[in-house]
Design a protein. Structure first.
Length: 117
């Protein structure tokens, strides 16, 4: 269950936020919550992909390619929450940007990008 449960929980939270914002207007018109919903969904899928890669044991090189999209999502999240003046969440996205940049560099070097600390 190690990687599947957090990935599923993040994915479920993202879908919950997106559906609540778009279909039912439960949370009102709070623009940064759209980014939070997208980020939770995307990172939940990332956990699924990492879990599958660890389970099957292939090369870590594809993590370098996957990191490009997650790097974009992290930079976008830092930008959105920075403009919304939500500094604590912006700092989290800056940390995610650094982490994904590390995975990107390690994936191209053929290292173990998902757990190469």
């Amino acid at each position: 269950m190690g990687f599947w449960t957090p990935g599923f929980c993040q994915f479920l939270t993202g879908v919950y936020l997106i559906v609540g914002l778009t279909w039912f207007n439960v949370f009102g018109n709070v623009a940064p919550l759209y980014m939070a919903g997208v980020a939770f969904t995307v990172y939940g899928i990332h956990w699924f992909a990492m879990a599958h890669r660890r389970y099957t044991g292939p090369s870590a090189a594809p993590d370098g390619w996957m990191a490009i999209a997650y790097l974009f999502a992290s930079v976008l999240g830092a930008n959105v929450f920075g403009k919304a003046a939500d500094v604590p969440v912006m700092i989290i996205f800056i940390g995610l940007t650094w982490s994904i940049s590390w995975k990107f560099a390690r994936g191209w070097q053929g290292g173990t990008a998902a757990h190469g600390w």
